[in-house]
Design a protein around this ligand. Structure first.
Ligand SMILES: Nc1ncnc2c1ncn2[C@@H]1O[C@H](COP(=O)(O)OP(=O)(O)OP(=O)(O)O)[C@@H](O)[C@H]1O
Ligand SMILES: O=P(O)(O)OC[C@H]1O[C@H](OP(=O)(O)OP(=O)(O)O)[C@H](O)[C@@H]1O
Ligand SMILES: [Mg+2]
Length: 285
């Protein structure tokens, strides 16, 4: 039986969440820390631990069938590789930044200037589209230090909280793209392995949907039920069960987790009591 070969970052920002999501979709991997390859116990799958930056080439060559990778890396060097599913973690931006004292307000203002980056293709594409000339300095890390040491007038790098920019006296002037971890597949994937990817994708969708939602249970007097149902977004057809306490019911429903926190005070004011909010492992739709 064929096994699906999937690449996961060996160590770094993506590693832990990638392994976590595999676990949540029911895949147990024997994980020796220094192993470069591991097999799943309960799914025809082998995990290859690789550098994030090397993964596009492995996908292109068909050395691996699929990968969990930063979308920004695919935009930089894997335009030919298809994204199967966005995974919602490792969210970041790829942005242009300049020293706080600079007058530059966008990429346009860096005409004829020097830009340090690890993402030359991404920057070049934006420069071309906007018809701007700039000189690129390609460096592999610590990009944010470049303006301070006189190497560049601006930089293009990953921004998440913005604290690295802040610490280096830089300000973000333009966001080139937004990124998150994605599941991607090789253009050379065989049909039988594509079927395994489809299975993974189905499981991923139900885990991701579960993460976005909460299962809410609350008690309320019967005469308040109508008002409470109006307050709770998405609670069009809640389950209502009578409580042993005369005139009271228990109300159960699935609710988007962000929407829920916005209405919690209103719920209490309208008589809801004993509110329980539970995580959902999977939502199979
Ligand atoms: N500060 C951050 N916040 C959120 N996501 C980030 C951040 N920095 C990087 N990422 C995302 O995580 C991915 C991996 O970043 P990380 O710094 O761990 O590895 P890398 O140096 O890019 O890759 P390699 O595995 O090749 O060494 C990036 O491509 C990006 O998608
Ligand atoms: O906006 P922030 O939250 O500060 O995150 C942005 C920083 O995070 C990444 O570096 P990382 O910490 O991964 O180090 P690396 O350069 O060694 O990959 C990225 O290259 C930025 O430098
Ligand atoms: Mg990094």
């Amino acid at each position: 039986m064929s096994k699906l070969k999937i690449a996961v970052q060996k160590s770094g920002r993506l590693h832990d969440d990638s392994m976590k999501i595999l676990k949540e979709i029911g895949i147990s991997v024997d994980n020796g820390k220094d192993q470069l390859k591991a097999s799943a116990r309960n799914f025809p799958l082998e995990v290859f631990y690789l550098r994030n930056g090397d993964i596009p080439q492995y996908l292109r060559d068909g050395v691996v069938d699929a990968a969990i990778i930063g979308e920004n890396v695919l935009i930089e060097k894997g335009k030919d590789i298809s994204i199967v599913e966005r995974l919602g973690f490792s969210k970041c931006k790829v942005s242009i930044a300049v020293p706080k004292s600079s007058d530059a307000k966008s990429l346009k203002d860096l005409e004829d200037k020097r830009i340090a980056t690890s993402y030359p293709n991404t920057v070049n594409q934006f420069l071309e589209t906007e018809g701007i000339n700039a000189q690129l300095h390609i460096i592999n890390g610590s990009v944010e230090i470049a303006p301070n040491i006189g190497l560049a007038d601006g930089i293009c790098d990953i921004v998440s909280s913005g604290s690295t920019l802040f610490k280096n006296g830089l300000k973000e002037v333009e966001v080139l793209l937004k990124s998150e971890a994605v599941l991607a597949t090789s253009p050379l994937i065989l049909d039988e392995n594509q079927k395994l990817v489809d299975k993974l994708q189905f499981r991923l969708k139900s885990v991701l949907k579960g993460r976005q939602n909460k299962y809410v249970l609350l008690n309320a007097p019967n005469e308040k039920l109508e008002d409470i149902i109006k307050i709770l977004p998405g609670m069009n057809s809640p389950t209502i069960l009578p409580l042993a306490k005369e005139g009271w019911s228990s109300l159960h429903s699935v609710i988007n987790k962000n929407e829920f926190w916005e209405v919690i005070d209103e719920l209490k004011q309208n008589g809801a009591e004993g509110i329980l909010v539970c995580p959902i492992e999977n939502m199979v739709l």
